[in-house]
Design a protein around this ligand. Structure first.
Ligand code: ASP
Length: 354
């Protein structure tokens, strides 16, 4: 005979088991923010090189990869639909604000951003510095338009959703997933104009790998990021202008002076070798540094650091060394650093820490 007490215990156990089963089945919620790029591009035929970025909307993108529904419950928002060569501050600020809103929501576990490959390294690094959360934020892209033979977008998207839905991605900063590799936002750079294997993290290596949704993490990304970053775009409506100028044989100071005349508050030199430039350009740069323009020496070489006081006396000339940041990352970091008045030593600290 089962008494009343035993019955209610059995009932409670049944409810507990049902709730646990439901919880185990519950998929993470991933929000997909689409900005355009080749991943949303379309061509007239599947073997044609010419195509237009940003033709496919977010709903079409989601529908094209139904397999990702097994990984997460997804919902999409269209933030922009542009080729990332047209990426701009307005979209950056909109994206950053929306992400910072979404990560506060209890029904959002991770975010995927679809983006063009041309400037993904800049957008990822910008977000890495201004998103205030440990929740996974993952950018993905494609080298081939959605209509191409062997389009790389669908699997990149599937893998990005897998990473955004994975608990272990939390706290690793903003990540970029492409061609089975997981890059940290600070380390990746685009290295090929056309190859699918375009992204590399030359100095520090990969954060991890992801193959058909199976993830292996190798390490934490280098540099401060997201929840521990001191930068914020809260209330920011405009970012200071910083220009990149590439060094070369026979360089003079004309472009350095022109950039400042155009309103640049900071300059990044994509120097030759270890951030070097001609004597004439050094003189022009030092003159601008003296006037308060923040001048960062980076390198046009893809691999390697630019340290202080190697062939140039940064202490005397008033320059900042980019350390492990390439020119485009240096520009992003300097724009955020210049939101506040800071002594040069503080800007150098920032280039060392982030
Ligand atoms: N121009 C394109 C873009 O960056 C290239 C790509 O996505 O691969 O939007």
């Amino acid at each position: 005979m089962i008494d009343k007490k035993q019955l209610s215990l059995a009932g409670m156990l049944a409810i507990f088991l049902a709730v646990s089963a439901l919880a185990a089945d519950k998929l993470p919620n991933v929000v997909v923010l689409a900005t355009g790029g080749t991943i949303a591009g379309a061509a007239a035929s599947d073997v044609q090189a010419a195509y237009t970025s940003g033709q496919v909307g977010v709903e079409q993108l989601l529908a094209a990869v139904p397999q990702a529904k097994k990984l997460a419950v997804m919902r999409g928002e269209q933030i922009a639909n542009i080729g990332s060569q047209d990426m701009n501050d307005e979209v950056w600020l909109k994206l950053a604000r929306r992400i910072n809103e979404l990560v506060q929501m209890s029904d959002v576990d991770g975010i995927v951003i679809t983006h063009g490959t041309d400037t993904i390294e800049e957008s990822a690094y910008f977000l890495n510095l201004v998103v205030k959360s440990k929740k996974p934020v993952v950018l993905t892209a494609a080298m081939r338009p959605s209509t191409a033979l062997s389009a790389d977008g669908p699997l990149n998207f599937f893998n990005a959703v897998a990473v955004a839905a994975s608990k272990d991605a939390a706290g690793r900063g903003v990540l970029v997933v492409a061609n089975d590799w997981i890059h940290g936002a600070a380390s990746l750079t685009k290295t090929s104009t056309t190859a699918v294997q375009t992204f590399m993290s030359p100095l520090s290596g990969l954060v991890g790998t992801v193959a058909y949704g199976k993830i292996e993490y190798n390490r934490q990304p280098l540099g401060k990021h997201t929840s521990e970053s001191e930068f914020s775009v809260e209330g920011v409506t405009a970012l200071p202008r910083v220009d990149i100028i590439m060094a070369h044989e026979n360089m003079d100071g004309a472009l350095i002076d022109a950039a400042v005349a155009a309103g640049a508050k900071g300059l990044v030199i994509a120097g030759v070798g270890n951030g070097n430039l001609t004597k004439a350009a050094v003189d022009a740069l030092a003159a601008q540094a003296k006037k308060g323009i923040v001048c960062v020496r980076a390198s046009r070489v893809t691999v390697g650091r630019v340290e202080r006081n190697v062939e140039l006396d940064d202490d005397k000339l008033g320059f900042v060394a980019s350390m492990d940041k390439n020119p485009q990352k240096s520009r992003v970091l300097l724009r955020l650093a210049l939101l506040k008045n800071r002594p040069l030593a503080d800007i150098q600290r920032i280039f060392t820490e982030y």
